[in-house]
Design a protein around this ligand. Structure first.
Ligand code: PEP
Ligand code: MG
Length: 328
C-alpha cells in the first residue's frame, strides 16, 4: 500500500466516479516542513492558533500574532486558510492563565473564555485581519459554539476589529477583504440549530473529536473509558449524516476537521454521506488522496444505510473494514 500511496501522492483528489474532493490540512506548529506539506493540500482547514499560545510563557502580542498569521496567509494566497480563534481550556491549558474548575471539558473553554475576555479576542482577530491586508484567503472559525448568541456577539467583535483595521489599511492605500466567518460544529446542541446558524455564518467545520466526546459523554483523554470513545458509534455517524444533509440544504459549505477525516474508513464513510471537504494532519494527506482515488462514492452510498443501522461501533468497524478490503 505504501508504494502505491507514494506513487499517486500528487494526483488530483478525484474519486473513481468523478467527484472532486477538497483535502485540507490541520495545522498548529509553524515548522517549515509543515509549511511545505500545506502546499500539497487545497488549503488549511484548521489552524489551531492555541498551539503557539501554549508554547509561550505569556500571551503573544498583537505584533507577534500578526507575524505568525501573515506568514501563513501570504505563503498560500490562492488557498483558503481557516484560522480558529483561541480554543484553550478543557485539555489545553495556558501556564500563564491558569483555570481551576470542576469538569473543565464542560467549563470555560474556547469561545466562552474569549467572549468573557473580549480584549484577548479583539487582539487576536485584529492580528488576523491585519495579516490579511491585500489578501482574500482568511477564514475565521469560532470554537465550542453552543448557542446563537455566542455567534452574534463574536461577529459583533469581529466587525469592530474589521472597522479598526480597515481604517489603517485605507490610510496605507491598501484593501482589506471581509473574512469568511464560520463555526465549529462540535457541541451536540448546535446540530439541532443548523438552519438558524446558517443565517449567521459562511461555513461550518465539524469537530468529530469533541462531537464524539460530548455525544457519548466520554472524556476523549481518559484511558479508563477509552473503549467507549469511538467516532464509529452509530449515533455519532447518524449525527454526522444529519449535519451534512442539513448544511447542504442550507447551502452552507461544511468541512470535517476531526481525526475521523484522516482515517481511511472514516473518510470513505464521510464521502458516502455527502461531505466533499476533509481536513486532516499533513501526514494523512497522501493516504487519504490514494483512498479516495480508489473509491466509488455512488457504490458506497447503498452500503452506508447498512452501516447507519448497526447496533455497535464494533459492527460498523468490522463491516467497513471488510468492505475496504474487498474493494481496494
Ligand atoms: C475537534 O474537536 O474535532 C477538533 C478538530 O478540535 P480539537 O481537536 O482541537 O478540539
Ligand atoms: Mg474541538
Amino acid at each position: 500500500l505504501q508504494s502505491k500511496v507514494t506513487a499517486q501522492a500528487d494526483k488530483p483528489s478525484i474519486t473513481l466516479d468523478g467527484k472532486r474532493i477538497s483535502l485540507l490540512v490541520n495545522a498548529g506548529l509553524s515548522a517549515n516542513v509543515e509549511m511545505e506539506q500545506f502546499l500539497q493540500g487545497d488549503g488549511v482547514g484548521l489552524y489551531r492558533t492555541e498551539i503557539p499560545f501554549m508554547m509561550r510563557e505569556r500571551f503573544p502580542s498583537e505584533q507577534e500574532q500578526y507575524a505568525l498569521y501573515h506568514r501563513l496567509l501570504s505563503a498560500h494566497p490562492s488557498k483558503e486558510i481557516t484560522m480558529r480563534t483561541l480554543d484553550v481550556g478543557g485539555d489545553k491549558p495556558l501556564s500563564y492563565f491558569p483555570i481551576v474548575e470542576d469538569n473543565p471539558f464542560l467549563g470555560w473553554r474556547g469561545i466562552r473564555l474569549t467572549l468573557d475576555h473580549p480584549d484577548i479576542f479583539l487582539v487576536q482577530v485584529r492580528a488576523m485581519l491585519r495579516a490579511s491586508i491585500g489578501l482574500s484567503n482568511l477564514h475565521i472559525l469560532l470554537p465550542m459554539i453552543s448557542c446563537i448568541s455566542e455567534v452574534v456577539e463574536a461577529k459583533r467583535l469581529i466587525k469592530q476589529a474589521f472597522l479598526e483595521v480597515k481604517e489603517d489599511a485605507c490610510d496605507q492605500g491598501k484593501l482589506l477583504s471581509k473574512p469568511a466567518v464560520g463555526v465549529m460544529l462540535e457541541v451536540p446542541a448546535v446540530i439541532f440549530q443548523i438552519e438558524q446558524l446558517a443565517q449567521h455564518v459562511d461555513f461550518f467545520s465539524v469537530g468529530t473529536n469533541d462531537l464524539t466526546q460530548y455525544l457519548l459523554a466520554v472524556d476523549r483523554n481518559n484511558p479508563r473509558v477509552s473503549s467507549l470513545y469511538s467516532s464509529y458509534h452509530p449515533s455519532v455517524l447518524n449525527a454526522l449524516q444529519q449535519i451534512v444533509t442539513k448544511s447542504n440544504k442550507a447551502n452552507i459549505p461544511v468541512t470535517v476537521c476531526g481525526e475521523l477525516a484522516g482515517e481511511p474508513a472514516g473518510a470513505v464513510i464521510l464521502l458516502a454521506m455527502g461531505y466533499r471537504k476533509l481536513s486532516m494532519n499533513a501526514h494523512s494527506l497522501r493516504k487519504i488522496n490514494w483512498v479516495l482515488r480508489n473509491t466509488d462514492i455512488s457504490h458506497m452510498q447503498g452500503f452506508l444505510n447498512v452501516l447507519l443501522r448497526q447496533d455497535t461501533q464494533q459492527d460498523v468497524i468490522s463491516l467497513i473494514n471488510d468492505y475496504l478490503e474487498t474493494k481496494q
